[in-house]
Design a protein around this ligand. Structure first.
Ligand SMILES: [Ca+2]
Length: 59
């Protein structure tokens, strides 16, 4: 029963994570190096920056 729970946990979540990894893992070594990590952070920063720009600076 415990192993079944573990399998369920790695199922959908693992798939989603794997897909994200493939997108971020540019040299396909299965892990994020510093440059790939920066791309992830950069993407988040751009998304935050865009959402900040949508807010009116002077109400
Ligand atoms: Ca990599």
């Amino acid at each position: 029963e415990k192993s079944g729970e573990k399998r369920r946990k790695t199922g959908k979540m693992g798939e989603k994570r794997e897909r994200m990894m493939k997108k971020l893992d540019m040299n396909s070594d299965g892990q994020l190096d510093f440059q790939e990590f920066l791309n992830l952070i950069g993407g988040i920063a751009v998304a935050c920056h865009d959402s900040l720009l949508l807010k009116p600076q002077n109400p």
